[in-house]
Design a protein around this ligand. Structure first.
Ligand code: GUN
Length: 295
């Protein structure tokens, strides 16, 4: 029997734990963690994400600050806003929604956010810490994926993890996290030879390429755990449907466990953003914080 990993249920449990932590911070330390989200431009998918982030931030009892800037906003105006948020005591986490318009240097903006308020784990200090002592903030999508993997499989030591995709947001941090769990890790990408065969050697297969249903059922080893990070909109007649990077129906017949799209990794990404905000707020207040609040 294949297990469909219920990301929605995991995310709900994580939000409940976070809501309890937030309530405790308020009653014991008189603090309310605050998350500022900055959106530049009108990208429809980004607008949906930002709305969901704000709604869930408030639902767990935190403050949400939204800053929507015009598509033509200059890089300097954005950097000035980030400086202002870095200095604001009510703001414990800052997220600048990506992608940014082409005239703005993403690298510069990401690293302008104080690493103590970075909730994406994209700042160079946090990237460095993930790859060394593990003490920084971890990118949300890989963190959510790891939580589900550990909850489902327990100890991951010695397992072969194949990650298809080498992005800074998912592929590379996922590899670092799985290496910390003592997996043997392979990162595959568009130039990888014999990709299908390589995927068939994976005990854990993570698909993060942004190509609808690219990973076929025949690429999956019997009993493997499949994490599908893709969120792709495909047109079917006059309606659109969300599909992952994995051919779910075919992979279901072979895998031991698999995350669905929607309802798998997606809900965990936002819940982990809230987790990272609480973690940063606690660090800033000098309150002891476990590496992972739900461990
Ligand atoms: N755009 C798509 N995913 C992300 C994410 O995890 N963080 C930010 N800041 N922007 C994104």
């Amino acid at each position: 029997m294949t297990t469909v990993i219920d990301g929605k249920a995991y995310a709900q449990r994580l939000r409940e734990t976070l809501a309890e932590t937030v309530a405790r911070l308020h009653s014991k330390h008189e603090m309310v963690p605050g998350l500022a989200v900055v959106l530049v431009g009108e990208d429809p998918a980004s607008q949906v994400y930002v709305r969901n982030k704000a709604k869930q931030t408030v639902e767990v009892g935190m403050h949400s600050f939204e800053h929507r800037l015009d598509e033509t906003t200059s890089e300097q105006t954005l950097l000035d806003l980030i400086d202002q948020l870095n200095a604001d005591d009510k703001v414990h986490g800052i997220l600048v929604q990506l992608p940014l318009p082409g005239h703005i240097d993403e690298f510069k903006v990401i690293n302008a956010v104080s690493h103590d308020k970075d909730v994406d784990g994209f700042h160079l200090v946090n990237v460095g810490r993930l790859n060394t002592d593990g003490g920084g903030v971890v990118p949300c999508t890989p963190l959510g994926s790891l939580m589900m993997l550990k909850s489902h499989l327990g100890n991951l030591a010695g397992l072969h993890a194949v990650i298809v995709g080498r992005s800074n947001i998912v592929g590379k941090p996922m590899a670092a996290l799985l290496l910390r769990e003592n997996c043997t890790v392979t990162i595959a990408h568009s130039r990888t030879r014999d990709l299908e065969e390589l995927c068939r050697t994976a005990d854990i297969l993570v698909a993060a390429v942004g190509r609808p249903q690219m990973v076929k059922g025949s690429w999956v080893k019997a009993g493997a755990t499949v994490i599908d990070v893709g969120i792709n909109r495909i047109q079917e007649g006059d309606r659109t449907r969300l599909v992952g990077d994995v051919d779910f129906a075919a992979a279901m017949k072979v895998a031991g466990a698999i995350t669905p799209v929607p309802g798998g990794v997606g809900p965990m990404t936002i819940a982990c953003l809230l987790h990272n905000t609480v973690q940063q707020a606690m660090r800033q207040a000098g309150i002891d914080v476990a590496d992972n609040l739900i461990d």
